[in-house]
Structure formats: structure tokens, C-alpha cells
Design a protein around this ligand. Structure first.
Ligand SMILES: [Zn+2]
Length: 336
């Protein structure tokens, strides 16, 4: 884990790397914000500090980095919540402090990362004050917390480095993805919107082959649904059945496509599937607002039904047949 994996946190990374360069990083760091990002930053910081090359980012190839990549570096200790426990108690903190007073095995630092410091009980935080105030010279503590208020004022006031992580905007996520994956630039915008502000999710989606094909297939299905052949409904149900594990994703894609068609009809420039503009414009000519709204409502209800393990296939089939009937009855409310 190095800083390049979290490039959207530019300001925080620059600040930390400057401190590493100046050797001004002190013994306690707190990252406040979304837990996964906070943990990525905590790990990237610890890795840079433990790398033998002593640069501002882990080199990835020295003996220390090889151990860090295998999660087996003896001087980096990750303190995660134990299964079935809802908090970190005093005992766990005392255990950690005892380990901190054992000298580092191979590095000149011994770094402890609390993956979720929001779960530290007040008593545990009071116990932690001992190492926050008087750590051994090589000792370092990195805390990740959801909110500042999760920590006691006495603890907060003694932490020298506090970083509040801001959630990136859709544009920032899109930029981060398109710089990292220029060959996939075409769908970076979609992944950024679809992930709703979570860059890690957006990257995962981008790397998953199939998002382009699946969305094109959905556009084709919406197009065929306006035609006279009912067979497209059975084919589509078969496709959903074959891809049952991806149902939530496919439904999500379908909803963004329908939402985009509605935006085009209402002339709102806020499309998620910008790479599918010609397909969307053609669909906007064929679908009415009321039919699109019914599709959204229907699929939202079906997604809820799926979690209750109802006869899902039957429910989808019935719903689509109803839509088809309505679409083909020009006197009804689906009229364009
Ligand atoms: Zn290294």
C-alpha cells in the first residue's frame, strides 16, 4: 500500500510527505473521515516510514517493503477489532502499550495502527494517554476515526497531527481514474457517478470488465421493449437469471440509464452514462416520462422483493409484460 493508491487525497498526502521529508512527523497521527480511506493513508504512511530507502513513499522492493507487502513486517502492528467485539477496551490498549515498550525488531520505528479508533471506550482512551504523552523514542501511533468527537478532548489535544479527510467530488474521482487508467477514459465518468463519491468503489468498477457491455445490452433491451416482439422480455429474464450474482449491479446500471433518459427529456445536463449518449438520445425519442418512471418504481420494488427471496424471476417477467402491454397501448398513460 503506497500513496499512489489514494491520489485523490492530494492535500493530506502532500502534507504528510513534506513532514516525512523534513523529519518533522511526530509520534501520533490521527486521520478523521471515511474509514477505508483513513486506513489506506495510515498504511501508506507507516510503509513509507518503514521502507529501507527512507523516501516519501514505500519503494516496494527493499527487504522491508517485501515484508510490508506480505503483511509480515514485525514493526508494523495493525490493531483491528476482534470478531464479535463492539469496542476496544482497556485490556487491548494495555496489551498494545506492553508491545510498544519492546524495542523494534528490525526498523528504527515501531508503528501501531488503530484501524478504528472510534471504537475505543473512554477508559481505553484514558489508558492510551500514557503512550500519547510519553512514548518510547521509536514508538508511533496512527489512529483512524470516523469523527473527531469520537475521541476524548484530553486525547485530541495531545495529538500533534490531525488530518480531516474530505470526500472527493465526482469530478475529482473522474480525474483520478482517467489519469491512472487513460485507456479506460471513456467510462471513468460513469464509474465516478455510479460509485456515489467512493473512489475505491469507482476504481473496482472500472477494473471489472463488463460494465460497458452490460450497459449497452440494457440500452438494447430498452430499445427492443418498444418494438412489437415480446420475446425480448423472455431473453432479458434469461439474462438476469444467468447473471443473478450481478443483479444489484445490473439493476443499478438500468436505473442510471433510465435516469439519464429522463435527464435528456428534461434537458438536465447531469448524465452518468456520458459514453452512451447516442443510445440514450435515441431511447429518449421512444420512451415517455411516465413509462420511464414506472420502470424505475418497478425495479426498485423488485430489488426490495429480491432481498425477501420472493419468486423473483416470475415477478420480473410479470412486471416487464405489464410494461410492454402498456407501452403498446397507445391510448394509455404511457403515450409519448
Ligand atoms: Zn522499500
Amino acid at each position: 500500500m503506497d500513496f499512489s493508491k489514494i491520489k485523490w487525497q492530494t492535500a493530506t498526502i502532500q502534507h504528510i510527505q513534506q513532514c516525512i521529508l523534513n523529519q518533522s512527523l511526530r509520534h501520533v497521527i490521527l486521520f478523521i473521515g471515511e474509514n477505508e480511506t483513513a486506513n489506506l493513508l495510515a498504511n501508506a504512511t507507516a510503509n513509507a516510514l518503514l521502507c529501507d530507502k527512507k523516501g516519501v513513499n514505500m519503494c516496494g522492493s527493499c527487504p522491508s517493503c517485501i515484508k510490508l507487502k506480505a503483511n509480515s513486517h514485525p514493526d508494523k502492528i495493525l490493531i483491528e477489532k476482534r470478531k464479535n467485539k463492539v469496542s476496544f477496551g482497556v485490556e487491548e490498549v494495555r496489551d498494545m502499550i506492553a508491545k510498544m515498550y519492546i524495542k523494534p525488531f528490525s526498523a528504527n520505528k515501531k508503528i501501531f495502527i488503530f484501524s478504528d479508533a472510534s471504537l475505543l471506550t473512554p477508559a481505553a482512551q484514558n489508558a492510551l494517554l500514557k503512550v500519547i504523552e510519553e512514548p518510547p523514542a521509536y514508538g508511533m501511533l496512527i489512529l483512524c476515526a470516523d469523527k473527531e468527537e469520537d475521541l476524548l478532548p484530553t486525547v485530541l489535544s495531545r495529538i500533534p497531527h490531525k488530518f480531516k479527510l474530505s470526500a472527493p467530488t465526482t469530478e475529482e474521482i473522474q480525474h483520478f481514474l482517467s489519469v491512472k487508467y487513460p485507456e479506460k477514459k471513456q467510462i471513468c465518468g460513469f464509474c465516478a457517478v455510479f460509485s456515489q463519491g467512493n473512489p475505491l468503489l469507482a476504481e473496482e468498477l472500472l477494473l471489472k470488465d463488463g460494465a460497458i457491455d452490460q450497459r449497452k445490452r440494457l440500452c438494447l433491451f430498452l430499445d427492443k421493449l418498444c418494438g412489437s416482439e415480446k420475446s425480448c422480455i423472455f431473453n432479458f429474464c434469461g439474462y438476469l437469471k444467468e447473471n443473478a450474482d450481478d443483479f444489484a449491479e445490473i439493476t443499478g446500471y438500468l436505473l442510471t440509464i433510465i435516469q439519464d433518459i429522463l435527464f435528456i427529456k428534461q434537458k438536465i445536463p447531469r448524465l452518468a452514462n456520458t459514453d452512451l449518449l447516442p443510445e440514450l438520445q435515441s431511447l429518449a425519442q421512444k420512451w415517455s416520462v411516465s413509462a420511464l418512471t414506472s420502470m424505475v418504481d418497478g425495479f426498485t420494488e423488485l430489488s426490495a422483493a429480491l432481498t425477501k427471496s420472493a419468486n423473483f424471476e416470475g415477478a420480473v417477467l410479470n412486471f416487464l409484460l405489464e410494461i410492454w402491454e402498456a407501452l403498446h397501448d397507445r391510448n394509455r398513460w404511457y403515450q409519448i
